[in-house]
Design a protein around this ligand. Structure first.
Ligand code: CO
Length: 164
């Protein structure tokens, strides 16, 4: 199987609603391993969603330990936000939009329900950068990018130097 790479805007897969995972098999594990590998190989990256590597399934991985050492790598399958509170605006970036950052309004804290690699349900609550990451990655599963979330595309989106 050829090495997958990051799909960039305007790749149509980024605009599709990804399908729920129904089979917890070796193929799923392989896709998750690939997602993790590509996340860690990408500079300044704390989360990655399956559609970003060409897999239209409801899976994302997240590791915010570089910002919060108490956290570690986690994998979320078929995630849903079951509660949320507060609001804040955060500057976000995305590997699928490497030239841009944007100010995005998000919930300040969220409660997430998801399945693990064995298909077992778990819940986790998150605040801060982790909550922002979860919301950003779930948007990817619904075919949304952060540029679709900004209040004003002219004043809330910024150019930056491209990642090498
Ligand atoms: Co992104």
């Amino acid at each position: 199987m050829p090495e997958r790479s990051i799909c960039r805007f305007p790749d149509p897969i980024l605009h599709k609603v990804a399908l729920p995972v129904t089979r917890f098999d070796n193929e799923l594990q392989r896709q998750i391993d690939e997602l993790i590998k590509i996340m860690y190989a990408s500079p300044a990256t704390i989360g990655l969603a399956a559609p970003q590597i060409g897999i239209s399934k409801r899976i994302f991985v997240c590791d915010v330990s570089s910002k919060d050492p108490a956290k570690k790598l986690s994998v979320f399958i078929n995630p849903e936000i079951v509660a949320q509170a507060g609001q804040k605006v955060c500057r976000e970036g995305c590997l699928s939009l490497p030239d841009l950052t944007g100010n995005v309004r998000r919930a300040e804290s969220i409660q997430l329900r998801a399945l693990d690699v064995n298909g077992k349900t778990f819940e986790v609550s998150a605040t801060g950068i982790e909550a922002v990451c979860f919301q950003h990655e779930i948007d990817h599963l619904d075919g949304m990018l952060f540029i679709h979330r900004v209040t004003n595309i002219k004043t809330d989106v910024f150019r930056r130097k491209r990642y090498k």
